[in-house]
Design a protein around this ligand. Sequence first.
Ligand code: SF4
Length: 365
Amino acid sequence: MNINKKILLAHFKNASAKDWQDWHWQFKNRVTSIAKLEQIVGKMPTVKSKTATVASVYPLAITPYYLSLAQWDRENDPILTQCVPDIRELSSSQAALADPLEEDAHMPVDKLVHRYPDRCLAIVTEICATYCRHCNRKRFWSRAPNISFKTRITKMLRYIASSPQIREVIISGGDPLILTDQNLEWLLASFKAIPHVEILRIGSRIPVVMPMRVTKDLCRIIKRYRPLWFNTQFNHPNEITAESSRACNMLQEAGIPVSNQSVLLKGVNDSPEVLRDLHYALQKISVRPYYLFHCEPVKGCGHFRTDIQSGLQLMENLWHACSGLSLPQYVVDLPGSTGKIPLTALSSKLKNDLHEHQYFFDKFE
Ligand code: SF4
C-alpha cells in the first residue's frame, strides 16, 4: 500500500481499505481547509503563508486519493501544484479575465453555453471532487445558483428542444460525475430523448481525481446512452495509476471512447520529458490524446501560463519522441464563437528537412 494512503487512512480514524474504494467516502472526506491539510501532511513546502486567504476566494477541495499521489515533502510536486492554493492566484495580471472565453455572454439560459451552432455545453453543477487551481471556470466555484437541480436542467432541456441545430450536448461542470447515479441517469435520458440530439459527451476529471466513482453501475448507466464520448484531463504521468487505469478501462469496456484534454501548465508538465512520459502512459491505457490546451488568460491562473513559442517547441519535441497515435493537437481556445485554433509551426530544422527532401515531391510533379 502506498505510504501516503496508509497515513491518510490512519488520519480518518475508523476508515478501512474498503472505505478508500468507496467514492462516497472519498467525496465526504475531501480536504477542504488549509488547517486540515497541514494536520494530515504536516507543513508542506508548497503550502506557503496566506494560502488560507486564497482558499477563501477560490475554495479548496482535494480527495484523499488525489492527495495520496503527491510527494508531500517535495517542493513543486506536480500533484500539489494542481490542487493546493497558491498566493499567486490573487495576483493575476490586470489583463487576466474571469471568463476569457466569454461563456457568460453565450448563455441563452443559465449555465447552458451555446458558442457553436451544432453543439452546446451544459454546466450541470459547480462542484468538483478536487478543485484544480488552473481551472478556467474557477469563477463558478462559489457561485452555485439557488434553484434546484431539476429546475436548472429543465430550463436547458427546453432551450435545446427548441434549437434543432443542436446535435451534440457536452455535459460538464464542475464535474458531472459528482451527481448521484439517479440524477445522472435522469439527465442523460432527458437530453437523449430530444430527437435532434444525436451525441452526448461527458467532460470529467473523475478518472484522475476520484477514479473509484467509476463503478459497474455507473458504466451500466452511461452505456445506455451511447453514442457517448468521454473526455478527461490527465496532466502529468504521476496521475496515471492502477486505479485511474482501471476507471478508464471500465468505461472503455462499456463501449465509451475515452480521450484526454491536457492543459499545458508551467511547473506541472512544461518539460519535454514529462509530456513524453504522459503521452506514452496515455497510449498504454488506450486513452487517446485529443487536445493539449494552451492555458488561457484566466484570472487566478497566471502563474500556470507558458508562452505559445515554448508550447510549440514542446510539441515539436513530442512529435520527435512519440508516434502519431500519442500526439495531441496543441490548441488555443479563443473567445465567443471563434473557438479552438490549432497551433503548429515548423522550426528552422524541420523547414530545412522539408527543403532537403523537396526532390522527393519534385519527382511527382
Ligand atoms: S475538475 Fe474540471 S471543472 Fe472541476 S476544477 Fe478541475 S478543471 Fe475545473
